[in-house]
Design a protein around this ligand. Structure first.
Ligand code: HEM
Length: 489
């Protein structure tokens, strides 16, 4: 009789393992035998324990939670997730830094990813945003170039302030995001203490087929807590995993972080009349003109049991929308609709959406078939393996048809640069900062310019002067403090 209290260990093929301590050898001190399949399996499995890290946003922290509707917005959207007040939808959140690799320290100055997967009754809705309402570029053609400047120099294998400021000073559309990144908000103390933004303009459509443009906001209910460069250095000196420790620890302790979900809504007509392009990712919509409308609340209340399975293998994509939520002419969003699923197929595999963390919590009926690691359930109706068919296979449902998206224009590569327009919104942001915030902003920018050739610093300063002469002066004060060379006093 088996009197053990623990289950019997087996090979992956299910056979009992008699000895997990001693390799199979020829005599007590002799060489090992090829037939020690258990040893070979252990070594081979270990060699395959890593998948490629995300090309960007590699370092991340995540948890499960719930979205609760608190206000009725059915006038704007028929999305089931907003169906009625009090309705709850399970979700997964993953926060991240952009540039660092998987082992990067958490408390580095960088934009933070703010990715949410809502497991709605009509499929997964992924909102793959950041902790900033804008982004560095407005044309996706520049994304790979921009990311190059954030990653390691191919020769030195070091990150390069020169590459970063060379690109930024040649791309004034980055100024708004730089101003946020270098401000106090640039190093949140932990993901619990930062806002999230969908950043792009998306669309809502309601049951009458009317379309509205929409921006999503997630306001931290924990309040904002940020670190200065000096504080961050101290934190990193003691703990490179400060975010993981804080988020995981808070949830384990029952202190569930919450965010208030809000939207800004713009009619299609108003979009034609705004002074700025409402689909330009480098711009915010002024709150005075487009006030925040409360929608609901998200709460993170369950840590993953297995980080790799539930966070590393999580696959978010802006292309995952549900009926009632659509895209917009935002060209960066358009490119992202391609980039993510493509990245997931490379990083995780063909059937990544069938993994437990990515699998929708509603019926899934498609005709995709084979491929590596095809492990999901068989079609209960095997005769219907193509479409259309006469054997009762799944069919399209025209009632979910999105209203047509009005588009116009001639195909061409139109210049997206309008530098005068790149200064106005950073100016507004700078004007709202008090003296001390401005000093820290100038000092943070100057610190990030260390080692950058003078002609690049001068080119950057010329842009900051155009935003506000006082902005340029704050940076010059910081440059003097940090001993960085420049010639335009
Ligand atoms: C991750 C591409 C712009 C937010 C990623 C990944 C790729 C990518 C390939 C890795 C996906 C993976 O392996 O799982 C792009 C491209 C962009 C772009 C091509 C522009 C053309 C943006 C913008 C935002 C954003 C504007 C926010 C507003 C994120 C976030 C993640 C991510 C949060 C991490 C998602 C996660 O936690 O798994 N991006 N990205 N990206 N991106 Fe982007």
């Amino acid at each position: 009789m088996n009197t053990r209290t623990c289950p019997v260990m087996t090979t992956t093929a299910g056979a009992p393992v008699a000895d997990n301590q001693n390799s199979l050898s020829a005599g007590p001190n002799g060489p090992l035998l090829m037939q020690d399949w258990h040893l070979i399996e252990k070594l081979a499995h270990q060699n395959r324990e890593r998948i490629p890290e995300r090309v960007v946003h590699a370092k991340g922290w995540g948890a499960h939670g719930v979205f609760t509707v608190t206000h009725d917005i059915t006038a704007y959207t028929c999305a089931d997730v907003f169906g009625k007040v009090g309705q709850k939808t399970p979700l997964l959140a993953r926060f991240s830094t952009v540039a660092g690799e998987q082992g990067a320290a958490d408390a580095e100055r960088d934009v933070r990813g703010f990715a949410l997967k809502f497991y709605t009754s009509q499929g997964n809705w992924d909102l793959v945003g950041n902790n900033t309402p804008v982004f560095f570029i407005r044309d996706p053609l520049k994304f790979p170039d921009f990311i190059r400047t954030q990653k390691r120099n191919p020769k030195t294998n070091l990150r390069s302030n020169t590459a970063m400021w060379d690109f930024w000073s040649l791309s004034p559309e980055t100024l708004h995001q730089i101003t946020i990144l270098m401000s106090d908000r640039g190093i949140p103390a932990s993901p619990r203490f930062m806002n999230g933004y969908g950043s792009h303009t998306f669309s809502f459509w309601n049951r009458h087929g009317e379309r509205f443009w929409v921006k999503f906001h997630f306001k931290t209910q924990q309040g904002h807590k940020t670190l200065t460069n000096q504080q961050a250095e101290q934190v990193i000196g003691k703990d490179r995993e400060s975010y993981q420790r804080d988020l995981f620890g808070a949830i384990e302790a029952g202190q569930y972080p919450k965010w208030t979900v809000m939207v800004q809504v713009m009619s299609e007509l108003n979009a034609l009349r705004t002074a700025f392009n409402p689909f330009d990712l480098t711009k915010v919509w002024p709150h005075a003109d487009y006030p925040l409308i409360p929608v609901g609340e998200i709460e993170l209340n369950r840590n993953p049991d297995n980080y790799f399975a539930e966070i590393e293998q999580a696959a978010f994509s802006p292309s995952n929308v549900v009926p009632g939520i659509g895209f917009s002419p935002d060209r960066v969003l358009q490119a992202r609709l391609f980039a993510y699923a493509d990245a997931h197929r490379y990083r995780i595999g063909t059937h990544y959406e069938a993994l437990p963390v990515n699998r929708p919590k509603c019926p899934v009926n498609h005709y995709h078939k084979d491929g590596a690691m095809r492990f999901f359930e068989n079609n209960p109706n095997p005769a219907a393996y193509y479409e259309p068919n006469s054997f009762g296979g799944p069919v399209q449902a025209p009632e979910f048809q999105e209203p047509p998206l009005r588009l116009f224009g001639e195909a061409g590569r139109f210049d997206q640069r309008d530098a005068s327009d790149d200064y106005a919104q950073p100016r507004e942001l700078f004007k709202r900062m008090d003296i001390e915030q401005r000093q820290r902003l100038g000092s943070n920018i100057a610190a990030s310019m260390q080692g950058v050739p003078g002609f690049i610093v001068d080119r950057a300063l010329a842009h900051f002067d155009c935003i506000d002469l006082a902005y340029g002066q704050c940076i010059r004060a910081g440059l003097d403090q940090h001993g960085v060379e420049y010639s335009t006093r």
